[in-house]
Design a protein around this ligand. Structure first.
Ligand SMILES: *Cc1c(COP(=O)(O)O)cnc(C)c1O
Length: 377
């Protein structure tokens, strides 16, 4: 069977979503009732159910995780002259939202084992202009939140929590995405649950929730004269079609998390031989959490070894993605004169030597075994 499969081996993409619950049923309901815009009833349902699942009072569904970050900055009045401390090793979205809001991202290096921001570097970066700490949980393990909460209290800073990769993950038993003054999620197809494109802001603050709702909808005044605006926002609305898929996905989140954990464990066992080749595998757990393996990352001993491995896997039709590229090394920010001469050696090594294997929910166990065999060579 395995032999047969190897000969006519199909490509194994880096991500395939799993849409086998009520997605089609709820979508059909949208089409049959004609509710396809953001005015439809699935929006409220999805907001209510997802915020309840995370344990936050208010959920505001939007068109993407990046859109949620733009809204978060404006809702928290983060703008010109403000500094926000965040990891250099992340997707560009949080830094982009800060820079386009006119604020300055102030970077910290990564922890070499969890790949999350090194929380011991935060306090030294605080100045009189610091307004917030932007936490980004990376790849499946949460950031160590207690020290951040303490620093934020002591210096009266806001916490923005980017939990895009952390659906259903907990820190010391409490849901990720429930720690921020504002927290955000993404529902891109490689996240634990998806709406195709989409995102959500969560907060316990009623006033902030109202602000976020206005900002996603061009700052129409909910009770004022239609088409008269006092502020600028965006059209960052989620559609009823997306929320329909999201609600169906949310119904399956417990089994999705179990599948991802099982997938991570199978990689951990199967790829043990890589340790003899000086590869670093993800931590299975920390003192405060168990890995939920948003993606299964590997850090090669050298950049050359990583490139060889990626090329080899590409030849074998196995999809991979390199790790994030550090914010201080982004050409777009360097062009703006940001982060001149800054060095973050741990994050630089992760970005040069790291990549991840097929980790989507649609990866079946047979295909995963093929990936493991081929990686081990
Ligand atoms: C995916 C992701 C985002 C962006 O979400 P989009 O919905 O793709 O805009 C932001 N932050 C993190 C940490 C992510 O993984």
């Amino acid at each position: 069977m395995l032999y047969f499969k190897k000969i006519i081996m199909h490509p194994i993409p880096v991500n395939t979503p799993l849409l086998r619950g009520n997605e089609l049923k709820y979508l059909t309901e949208c089409i049959e009732t004609g509710w396809i815009s953001s005015e439809g009833p699935f929006i409220n349902k999805f907001e209510e159910q997802f915020s309840k699942y995370i344990g936050s009072s208010y959920g505001i569904a939007v068109s993407s995780g990046s859109a949620a970050l733009d809204i978060a900055m404006k809702a928290l009045n983060i703008g010109r002259g403000d500094e926000v401390i965040m990891p250099t090793f992340t997707i560009i979205s949080p830094a982009q939202s800060l820079v386009t809001a006119g604020a300055l991202p102030v970077l910290v290096d990564s922890d070499p084992l969890t790949w999350n921001m090194d929380v011991t570097q935060i306090e030294a970066k605080i100045t009189s202009r610091t307004k917030a700490i932007l936490v980004v949980h990376i790849y499946g393990l949460p950031v160590d939140m207690d020290p951040i909460i303490e620093i934020a209290k002591k210096h009266k800073l806001k916490i923005i929590e980017d939990a895009a990769e952390m659906h259903g993950q907990t820190y010391k038993g409490k849901m990720c995405g429930s720690f921020g003054d504002i927290s955000i999620f993404s529902f891109y197809p490689n996240k634990h649950i998806t709406t195709g494109e989409g995102g959500m802001l969560l907060t316990n603050d009623c006033e902030l929730a109202e602000k976020c709702k206005k900002l996603r909808n061009l700052c129409f005044e909910p009770n004022g004269q239609r088409f008269v605006h006092y502020e600028l926002g965006w059209n960052y609305r989620m559609t009823n079609l997306q929320a329909a898929v999201g609600l169906a996905q949310l119904e399956q989140i417990t089994s999705f998390l179990e599948m991802k954990k099982a997938m991570g464990k199978a990689y951990q066992v199967g790829l043990m031989p890589l340790k003899n080749r000086a590869y670093q595998l993800p931590l299975a757990n920390t003192l405060y959490s168990e890995n939920i393996y948003w993606v299964f990352g590997l850090v090669a001993p050298t950049q050359e070894e990583k490139e060889n491995m990626i090329n080899y896997l590409t030849d074998q039709k196995i999809g991979t993605r390199p790790f994030f590229w550090c914010m201080h090394e982004q050409p777009v920010f360097q062009k703006m004169g940001l982060f001149k001469g800054e060095k973050y050696p741990i994050a630089e090594k992760l970005s040069r030597n790291g990549f991840y294997l097929p980790s989507g929910l649609g990866l079946n166990t047979d295909d995963q075994q093929i990936v493991i065999e081929i990686v081990n060579g």
